[in-house]
Structures are given as C-alpha cells and as structure tokens.
Write a protein that binds this ligand. Sequence first.
Ligand SMILES: *Cc1c(COP(=O)(O)O)cnc(C)c1O
Length: 350
Amino acid sequence: MIFQNFILEHIWNLKPYSSARDEFKGKEGVFLDANENPMGSGVPEKWNRYPDPLQLTIKEQLAAIKQCNVDQIFLGNGSDEAIDLIMRMTCQSGIHNIILCPPTYGMYEVSASINHIEQRKVSLLTNYQLDVAGILEAIDSNTRLLFICSPNNPTGNKLNRTDIYTLIESFKTGFVIIDEAYIDFSDEPSFIQELAKYPQVIVMQTLSKAYGLASLRLGMAFAHPTIISLLNKIKPPYNIGGATQEIVIKALANTSFKKSSVSLLLAERTRLIESLGQIPEVLQIYPSDANFILVRFKNSNELFNYLISEKLITRNRSTVTLCEDSIRITIGLSEENDKLVDLISTFYVA
Ligand SMILES: *Cc1c(COP(=O)(O)O)cnc(C)c1O
C-alpha cells in the first residue's frame, strides 16, 4: 500500500510546528525556553510546565497492554479528535467521500459535516450486520474512509468478522476505520493484532468506557507508524493535558479495575436481559457485545418520558433508522438496574 496516494498532498508535505519541548527533550536544567511561569500554578500542584506532546509514558503502558509498539499508537482528546484528524488528513471537501453504515455512532457524520465531506450511507441490514455488497457498490475511486463500528453503537452487536475482512481486502483507495470503543466488553479479538497484515486499517479505542475515564477525554488510534506520525504532525502540539496524562498513568497502572468492572457489568448485563425478558411489553432485546443493550418496547416514547419523570435517564433511539421503538440502556450498578426494571414494570401495570 502506498500511503501517499491516500493522504492529502499538503498534509503529506506539511512542516509541523516545532515546540520548545520538541527541540529540547531533557528533564534537568533551568528552563527559560517555553515562556512558562516559573512560580508555579496558584494551586499546590505544579502545572506550569508544558506536558509531553507525544505522551510517551502512557504509550509505553498501552503498548504493553495492547500488545503493540509505541509507534503504532496515537492519543487524542477523546476519539473525536482522532476521527476529525483522520478526516482532515485524507479527505478534501468537494472531491473525496466517506462511507458510513447507520445506525451507528453519530460523531462520524458530525465530524464529516464539519469538514464538509460527502457521506455515503449504506444502512446495516435488518439483522444489524454490514451490507457488504451495498458498501462495495457505494465505494468509488474518491472514497477515502470506510467507518466500521464493532461492537456497534447503538445496536450493541459485533459485526461479522468475515464481512470486515472482505471489506478490508476489497477496498483499495483508502482506510478502513474500525471503531472498537466497546471491544473490552466483547469476546472478539481486537484488530490491533492485524495491523501488520493490513496497513490500510486504523483501529480506534477509548478509555471512556471500560476504563471509566470518560471525563478525562482520552481516545486512541492504532495504525501503521507512517499514519501515526502523520496524525502526530497535524494534531495540536499539546493535545493531552498534563493533568490528564498523570491520572491516566496512574489508572493504567491499576490493572485490576478494568477487569473487575467488565466482569461485573457483563454479569449485570445478563441479569438485566433476563429480568426484562419477563416483561411482556418488552418486544425485543437485541444481542449485545457492549456495556449497553438496545431494547424495543411497546409505547417506547411514553416509557422513555416516564423514566425521565422518575429521574432515570436512558437514551431514546426511536427516531433512528432501524431502531424504531427502541431505547438504549447503559448497564448500571446492580441497584440501578433493579430500579430500572421496577420502574418499567410499574409503567406497564399502571
Ligand atoms: C463512546 C464511543 C466512543 C468514545 O468516544 P470518546 O470521545 O473517546 O469518549 C467512540 N466510538 C463509539 C462508537 C462510542 O460509542
């Protein structure tokens, strides 16, 4: 694969901003190079120095966890930043297009719209699997990105791996983005391990879900080192703040939290599915490989509003194509899930 063919020329040739911290990397000395305040920060902690622009300590931890190399990892201010940068790196408004497979994560469309990039939508099939033939038909020589989300949001299911392989092997003019935000809740292996074989793949993950760090905003992209260095070249130089970096380093060092959260949430998912299955007005519970379930209810809008009136907030997906009458429910703590089931039962009895 010749990456240069799929990267905008001005990005490929860009000379990046060189920060003070890029030019001198030592840790010891008197630092009069970056116009920082030597006095400190007005709080007991010291945030007065610019952070590591390439977040190497975090990447070393992640490389060990994800079984990849440091130069295959990009860190962004949430996955949102990675999505935006990938679009800006590959697509020129008015020329290139991307393929989306709704119902899926809304940020692909928003980010493409902000960047004024043509979106070709090929809906999932009614079983929420990829319409491989439809996607291949929608692709043309100006298609630069194909977004695949597995396990998919808001449907919750994982997509057939053979379909993903078929698409990776057939799509020759750009990158296949595989969004694995929910991979920790799935028994499916990550595509990170296949990057060496498929350099046209970019895998996205996040610390917002299983790692419990949504507020810190840390998204990850895993790809060929050439792609990673292009992303690093176009990102804002200090896109991950120092406080975030410090907390993430500590959180990743706690190796048991993610594991125990996932096993508890998976047990709760099973329990919630069983309880909801006993309510006759629950019309369908879709299979989930994520920390949420999509459920089709009788009178879903009224139920959703009732739950809100009882201060229990779910996500109404009733207006989304292929998700008619459906509500997306995040798996909560045991008592929260019990409360949900009680409220739903009360609503239908009344
Ligand atoms: C939640 C989610 C993300 C994570 O986004 P962040 O910006 O990293 O919080 C990414 N993709 C999908 C499909 C999601 O549902």
